[in-house]
Design a protein around this ligand. Structure first.
Ligand SMILES: C[S@@+](CC[C@H](N)C(=O)[O-])C[C@H]1O[C@@H](n2cnc3c(N)ncnc32)[C@H](O)[C@@H]1O
Length: 238
């Protein structure tokens, strides 16, 4: 089987939108929470790891004046997102850039990403970085936001105890069953990946560790507006 980049998840990009909704409970609700935490008057939004553009589309709909700079290191995912953005008629307000956000965290001057963003958003992507790189990225995001900017991220977090890991796993199995499938069947469509750029397979940190990293990066307020078993939306205000 051909290799995919960490985070692309499915061997065929066209399986992503349906497959991720079977693999993860309440995916749409989780993304909606991010869109609600970003002020609808936002003009400039940075999205990290846009994938097939599901969060992008929800965000563009919610913020009618916003322009989104979306980065992803996978040309397959960016192209898929671009087609959907064009189909929805949002192409004037979206630009996709092929960038490894780990590389951007370390060498921002190599890229023309811009600054003074009203918001930075991300879903299911940053957990592919090591904790050291997560910290570097949070520092870079903090620097890239306007003074009243915000950052919201949805990611799986490390279960707080082995007994909870079992609880979270069962919740995902039951969710897949409710969707008329099994986790095993969904996982059969998942591709194989090894380290690419700054990302590797899941490198989860606890929610507490994430919040500490955000405070260390300088965020004045950190918060967790949503949590469902092991999935979390967290972030902060600059
Ligand atoms: C699971 S997908 C999530 C996509 C989308 N945000 C969503 O919620 O549907 C994760 C995305 O992050 C991208 N990604 C992972 N690590 C990355 C990195 N270091 N730089 C840029 N993109 C990355 C992958 O290519 C993939 O498109």
């Amino acid at each position: 089987m051909s290799q995919i980049y960490p985070g692309e998840v499915f061997a065929n990009t066209s399986d992503f939108d349906a497959g991720i909704r079977q693999l993860l409970p309440r995916y749409d609700e989780m993304l909606e929470v991010i869109t609600r935490c970003v002020p609808s008057t936002s003009k400039k939004i940075l999205e990290l790891g846009c994938g097939t553009g599901e969060l992008t589309l929800k965000m563009l709909k919610r913020c009618p004046d916003a322009e989104i700079i979306a980065v992803d290191y996978s040309p397959r995912m960016i192209n898929f997102a671009r087609e959907k953005v064009e189909l929805a008629g949002y192409q004037q307000r979206w630009s996709g850039k092929e960038v490894d956000f780990g590389e951007w965290a370390i060498h921002p001057d190599k890229f023309r990403i811009g600054a003074n963003f009203d918001a930075c958003i991300s879903s299911l992507a940053i957990h592919h970085l090591t904790d050291e790189m997560k910290q570097n990225l949070f520092i870079r995001i903090h620097e890239t936001l306007s003074t009243d900017g915000c950052f919201w991220n949805a990611d799986p977090t490390l279960p707080e105890a082995p007994v909870l890991a079992e609880v979270y796993k069962l919740a995902r199995e039951e969710w897949a069953t409710q969707q008329g499938t099994t986790l095993g069947d969904v996982r059969a469509r998942v591709g194989t990946s090894s380290t690419y750029g700054y990302s590797s397979q899941d490198q989860l940190a606890t929610l507490e560790a994430h919040l500490q990293m955000l405070m260390q990066a300088g965020f004045s307020t950190v918060a967790v507006p949503w949590k469902y078993y092991g999935l979390t939306v967290f972030g902060g205000l600059r």
